[in-house]
Design a protein around this ligand. Structure first.
Ligand SMILES: Cc1cc2nc3c(=O)[nH]c(=O)nc-3n(C[C@H](O)[C@H](O)[C@H](O)COP(=O)(O)OP(=O)(O)OC[C@H]3O[C@@H](n4cnc5c(N)ncnc54)[C@H](O)[C@@H]3O)c2cc1C
Length: 540
């Protein structure tokens, strides 16, 4: 299917990198030892987005698709056991709207912002799938979160967003920390033999290209042990000095420069690096004020992707008939670990090559179902529930902003349900989140009014859902008493600190059913492996 996806994207105008002869080019990515990833410089995701977006706009212009921008879906409508529509809020006027559909597709993305700080867009949230969950859609593997190793480190309490440095940078960059604890020298003053290239040391077979979860944990381990760099000491170096020299020497050879000076080598090497990664280097320089061509970048892991999401079957239908979930919003495809570049693969596969075939199976049986009026009592009731909740949020009139609650929730999640988790921390987190939720519903202050453009109200609505989700994530992480992929339980590790899986007891998808406030029932979907069997991973 990946070939179809790439062809589809090329047809949409995505400028994938090509070889000299015109064929599409491949490069290495984390977790693989072969070059097999299609790419568009250091901004593949963005280019895919632009391609998909302009294809959508074309359909909008042709009148085939009606776009409702600045609208937020706040609930689903179920009639006779089938999903038949949604309730949306116009975010500019505050008006609630009812929309009927024979089926509903949720493509609302991931929920990494439950951690407050993440690489996700600020508008990403869980509300759409959470509302569906509360109305009967099971939530699969909620605790499976991907923490990306190469992000610009947190610089202080003022931040509300983290920036990803593309994984492609690990192709050529080398990751290291000083060998001496608490070393305060500048990176360029630390000689080669006093540097610990810890990924190359621990994982000689994969080196800097180990999968994201492994690279992230290794960075955390070094920083926790006191070897972190920068003012926060919560960072490691990503260094391009060796790549610049290596590429420079190759260029000198190509250009027939014999006995080049070091300056010539560096100048030509920088040009190659600039061509490959220039946009990322510029971004880093703008954010940190440091020149990564001269000084190693500082990086640290950050929340990036959520492998969990609404449980779906092979037709992408949730446990609510007629309700589908596509892309990052569902739990499928990645298990507990996602390798780089596969998110867009999944999103594009779901949208272009799965749902067009599967939804017909459902709609074929609905051919005699006439349009249902949005005056139907189920629409009236769903809209009333949304309206009541908005009124409740506005009427609390307490002292604390939605942002402050979000920040506190994020800290609990990051500290206790982040890169490493243990039973004691998770139990504490569950209690803390329950207390925070009580405080939220008694001391929240939403400024402005309902019938106007009011981002404070939008945020309050989302934070309320994040708090419920956060509790379920911790419950899921607590029950899964093994380590697997991005889910690292400290109690379940090998002697050398690697994730230790327990396939005998946990070879299932945990699908949670909402049963009321703080109550869920676990359903286990057993996993059967016929060709490839799960085994302890080793990158050594
Ligand atoms: C910085 C960054 C770089 C990445 N790079 C890559 C890469 O190179 N390769 C790769 O494979 N993956 C990459 N990913 C991951 C990939 O981009 C995402 O997994 C993918 O975009 C998810 O697509 P989606 O369509 O499922 O959701 P999204 O792209 O998140 O789209 C969801 C949309 O739904 C909207 N929405 C949410 N809730 C509601 C609601 N209640 N009502 C109405 N609308 C709503 C959102 O505003 C958003 O527009 C990257 C992610 C990030 C953050």
């Amino acid at each position: 299917m990946s070939v179809n996806i790439i062809d589809q994207c090329v047809a949409q105008g995505v400028p994938f990198a090509r070889e000299y002869g015109g064929l599409l080019s491949n490069r290495s990515f984390g977790g693989t030892q072969v070059q097999r990833t299609f790419y568009a410089a250091g901004q593949t995701g963005q280019q895919l987005l632009i391609g998909a977006y302009q294809a959508l706009e074309r359909q909008v212009a042709l009148g085939n698709v009606k776009m409702y921008s600045r609208h937020e879906m706040l609930d689903i409508v179920i009639i006779d056991g089938k999903c038949r529509g949604v309730i949306c809020r116009n975010l500019v006027t505050g008006e609630l709207e009812r929309h009927f559909g024979h089926a509903v597709l949720l493509c609302s993305g991931g929920y990494g912002n439950v951690f407050y700080l993440s690489t996700n867009a600020m508008g990403s949230n869980v509300t759409a799938i959470w509302k569906a969950h509360r109305k009967g859609a099971y939530f699969g593997n909620p605790c499976f979160t991907q923490i990306h190793p190469t992000c610009i480190p947190v610089s202080g309490d003022h931040q509300s967003k983290l920036t990803l440095m593309s994984e492609s940078l690990r192709n050529d960059g080398r990751i290291w920390v000083p060998k001496k604890k608490g070393d305060t020298r500048k990176p360029n003053e630390i000689p080669e033999d006093e540097r610990d290239y810890y990924l190359e040391r621990r994982y000689p077979a994969f080196g800097n290209l180990v999968p994201r979860d492994v690279a992230s944990r290794a960075a955390k381990e070094r920083c926790d042990a006191g070897y972190g760099v920068g003012s926060s000491k919560q960072a490691v170096y990503l260094d391009y000095a060796a790549a610049i020299i290596r590429y420079g020497k190759i260029e000198c050879g190509k250009q027939g420069i014999t006995n080049p000076t070091e300056e010539q080598i560096r100048t030509l090497g920088k040009q190659v690096v600039k061509e490959k990664y220039g946009n990322l280097f510029d971004m880093y320089q703008k954010i940190t004020g440091e020149d990564p061509y001269e000084v190693p970048m500082r990086i640290y892991p950050a929340v990036h992707y959520t492998m969990g999401g609404l449980w779906v079957d092979y037709e992408l239908m949730t446990t609510v008939p007629g309700l589908y979930a596509l892309g990052e919003a569902n739990f499928s495809d990645h298990g507990a670990n996602r390798l780089g570049a596969s998110a867009l693969m999944q999103g594009l596969a779901d949208g272009y090559f799965v749902i067009p075939y599967t939804i017909g199976n459902y709609l074929a049986d609905e051919i005699r179902t006439a349009s249902i009026s949005t005056d139907h009592p189920a629409f009236v009731e769903a809209e009333k529930q949304v309206s009541d909740r908005i009124n409740r949020l506005m009427s609390i009139q307490g002292k604390q902003s939605p942002e402050s609650f979000h920040k506190r929730l994020g800290k609990i999640m990051w500290d206790k349900c982040g890169m490493a988790r243990n039973a004691e921390g998770l139990k504490q987190a569950i209690t803390e989140i329950q207390e925070l939720r009580k405080e939220f519903w008694s001391d929240l202050r939403v400024t402005g009014t309902i019938h106007e453009y009011n981002p404070e109200l939008d945020k309050a609505n989302r934070v309320a859902d994040f708090m419920e989700l956060g509790e379920l994530m911790c419950i899921d992480a607590l029950h899964r008493n093994e380590s697997c992929g991005g889910h690292f339980r400290e109690e379940s590790q090998t002697e050398d600190g690697e994730a230790k899986r327990d396939d005998a007891n946990f070879s299932y998808v945990a699908a949670w059913e909402w049963k009321g406030d703080s109550q869920w029932q676990l359903h286990k979907e057993e996993l059967h492996f016929e060709v490839a069997k799960p085994s302890q991973r080793s990158y050594k």
